[in-house]
Every structure is written in structure tokens, then in C-alpha cells.
Design a binder for this molecule. Structure first.
Ligand SMILES: NC(=O)C1=CN([C@@H]2O[C@H](COP(=O)(O)OP(=O)(O)OC[C@H]3O[C@@H](n4cnc5c(N)ncnc54)[C@H](O)[C@@H]3O)[C@@H](O)[C@H]2O)C=CC1
Ligand SMILES: O=C(O)CCC(=O)C(=O)O
Length: 331
């Protein structure tokens, strides 16, 4: 099998440290798919990156054909088939993710331009760096030759958190909970929604709503816990989520590459096409299914008044972020 070229930016950072191994072991692109790893970081991190490359070699992995480690954009983006754009600054205690916007969004303007010039036109791109939705919007804007459907933002960590939280409450493992949805922004305005979720209990399959039987908890504590989970990890670890973020990035790209399991959907930040009344031209997290390396928004879910009010809040934030990002990128 021909190797594929996979770029991971921020390769000397903490998410990449977990993610590289998952990609290199075949967990993302398949257990028989050889890879050429392209690892990008900034010049001062080249020494650290050298150590990461030594460790990759020492893992003695059969699927790794070669490793390109670099601080040069053309070398990093040349002929890539898939990209995890992670490299950017994480927030510290007390910050909101949108506080990172002015610093981080320009990285995604530059990398959008590099995708446009050097990557394969079929490349699939996952934006992890925060604020992820708006960075994805800017990246797509500066990569006009890449289909905008090919650039998606990561809300899979929130999706996995919602799944795991419900599973814990119902005393089952996370794989038994399906079809939770994260709507909107990867921020504290996101709407974690379990209206369509189902759980496979020992006595049979039922809706999560019926199994939990506590609408007040679903509408208050559950939502707040998922919205604030990133901040809770920062408060405890004094550093942002990394292991769970890398797992979510691997899950997201695997679903793009291999498709979602039959009857299941996941959550991804994708360029809105106007579905569910969400304005076009913002990267909004929707329920999606994937097949043949493309996603489709799940249609015809019922949206009640409570849900609409939650969607409105996160939409407003994304529109504001987009406007701010466009101003920053003009400079
Ligand atoms: N969407 C999501 O669910 C999540 C997003 N994140 C975000 O991912 C990003 C990375 O997080 P960590 O790996 O923990 O941070 P980190 O600080 O450990 O690593 C970031 C790496 O990016 C590099 N970098 C900075 N500017 C770069 C550039 N222009 N090109 C290439 N590399 C560059 C840094 O030198 C550093 O090695 C942050 O923005 C964080 O907020 C983190 C967790 C979840
Ligand atoms: O919370 C942050 O800002 C960094 C990590 C993250 O995005 C998350 O844990 O959800």
C-alpha cells in the first residue's frame, strides 16, 4: 500500500505527544496504512522535536515509512493527504478560549495559505487549536483551492465528554451511549444535547431521557459540566487537556477516513450550510454522519424552544468571533 503523508502541527507540544503515537500505530488511518509523518513546530522548539523524532524511531513501528520534522511551512504542507492543525497557544486558568483569538487566528491564516499552495487538493484537515471553530473558518477562507467541506473543527472532545458523563451516570461503559450531540462552538456556550441519544442497558436499548428520568439535571448540571469540563481539567492539572484531546482528534479523523458506524452520528465543527436555521459561513458543530471521506449533517431532528434558545446563544458568539477574526486577519 502507498504511504500517505500526515501533517501534525504543534508537534513538540503536549497533544501531539499522544496523537503522534495513535497515528503511527495505525489507530486512525488503518492498521495496514503506511504513513510518512510530517511534524511542524516553531524554530525554538526544533531541539524538543528532535527528541520526539528519536522516540518515534525507538517505538520501532512498522507503519512509519519516514518522518519529516521541520519549522518550514512548504516542507511541512507539501503533498499532504491529511493534517491535524494543533500548533497554537493553549489558554491558562481563568481565560476563555476566545481570549486566544487575536494571537492564534493568524497562525491559521498563514497555514490556510500553505494548504492552498502546497497540500494535495484532496487533503482532509482537522483544526484542533483554539478557538477551533473560528480558526477553521479563517483557515478555509485562506485556502480557497481546498473544498471548504474538507476543513473541520474539533468538538469531538466535548462529544466524548458528554458520552462518558452519561455512561457514568447510568453505570455503563461509554460505548453503550450513542448519538449525543454537541451543537455550536467549542466554548462555554456549546449546547450538549442528549434529546436523540440512546443507551444500551443490560435490559435493552432505550432513550437516554427515559433512562435518566431527570429533565432538570439534563437541562442544568449536565450541560454546565460539559461546557466547563476543559476549564475543570485546567484547574486540576494546571495544563489543558492533552491525552483526551489527542484521543478525540484521532477519533474525529478516523471517522472522516473510515466513516461513522452504521446508525451512529458524531459531532463536528463544519461550515454551516444553513441547516437548522444556523447562518451560513460560520463553522458550527452539528450532528454528522461520514462516508467516503465526506460528512453529511443529520437532518430533521426536532428543535424545541429550549434547544432553539441554546442554539441562538452559541450562534451569536460564533458570529462575533468571526467578525473579530476577520478584523485581526486584515492587519
Ligand atoms: N478543540 C479542542 O477540543 C481542543 C483544543 N486544544 C487546543 O490545542 C492547542 C494545542 O494545545 P497543546 O498541545 O496542549 O499546547 P502546547 O503548548 O503543549 O503545544 C503547542 C505547540 O504548538 C507549537 N506552535 C505554536 N505556534 C505554532 C505555529 N505557528 N506553527 C506550528 N507550531 C506552533 C508550540 O511551539 C508548541 O510546541 C491549544 O490551542 C489548545 O487550546 C486543546 C484541547 C482540546
Ligand atoms: O480548555 C481549553 O482551552 C484547552 C483545552 C480544551 O479546549 C478542552 O479541554 O476542551
Amino acid at each position: 500500500m502507498e504511504p500517505i503523508r500526515v501533517l501534525i502541527t504543534g508537534a513538540a507540544g503536549q497533544i501531539a505527544y499522544s496523537l503522534i503515537l495513535q497515528v503511527a500505530k495505525g489507530d486512525v488511518f488503518g492498521s495496514s496504512q503506511p504513513v510518512i509523518l510530517h511534524l511542524l513546530d516553531i524554530t525554538p522548539m526544533m531541539g524538543v522535536l528532535e527528541g520526539v523524532v528519536m522516540e518515534i524511531e525507538d517505538c520501532a513501528l512498522p507503519l512509519v515509512k519516514s518522518v519529516v520534522s521541520t519549522d518550514d511551512l512548504e516542507t511541512a504542507f507539501k503533498d499532504i493527504d491529511a493534517a491535524f492543525l494543533v500548533g497554537s497557544m493553549p489558554r491558562k486558568q481563568g481565560m476563555e478560549r476566545k481570549d486566544l483569538l487575536s494571537g492564534n487566528v493568524k497562525i491559521f491564516k498563514t497555514q490556510g495559505d500553505a494548504l492552498n499552495k502546497y497540500a494535495k487538493k484532496s487533503v482532509k484537515v482537522l483544526i484542533v487549536g483554539n478557538p477551533a471553530n473560528t480558526n477553521a473558518f479563517i483557515c478555509a477562507k485562506y485556502a480557497p483551492s481546498i473544498p471548504k467541506e474538507s476543513i473541520t473543527a474539533m468538538t469531538r472532545l466535548d462529544h466524548n465528554r458528554a458520552r462518558a458523563n452519561i455512561a457514568k451516570r447510568l453505570s455503563v461503559t461509554a460505548d453503550k451511549v450513542k448519538n449525543v450531540i454537541i451543537w455550536g462552538n467549542h466554548s462555554s456556550t456549546q449546547f450538549p444535547d442528549i434529546k436523540s441519544a440512546i443507551v444500551n442497558l443490560p435490559q435493552g436499548s432505550t432513550s437516554v431521557y427515559n433512562a435518566i428520568k431527570d429533565e432538570n439535571w439534563i437541562k442544568t448540571d449536565f450541560i454546565k459540566t460539559i461546557q466547563a469540563r476543559g476549564a475543570a481539567v485546567i484547574n486540576a492539572r494546571k495544563m489543558s487537556s492533552a491525552m483526551s484531546a489527542a484521543k478525540a482528534a484521532a477519533d474525529h479523523m478516523k471517522d472522516i477516513w473510515c466513516g461513522t458506524p452504521f446508525g451512529e452520528y458524531t459531532s463536528m465543527g463544519v461550515m454551516s450550510d444553513g441547516s437548522y436555521g444556523i447562518p451560513k459561513d460560520i463553522v458550527f458543530s452539528f450532528p454528522v454522519t461520514t462516508q467516503n471521506k465526506t460528512w453529511k449533517i443529520v437532518q430533521n431532528l426536532e428543535i424545541n424552544d429550549f434547544m432553539r434558545s441554546m442554539l441562538d446563544v452559541t450562534t451569536k458568539e460564533l458570529v462575533e468571533e468571526r467578525e473579530e477574526a476577520l478584523v485581526v486577519c486584515k492587519d
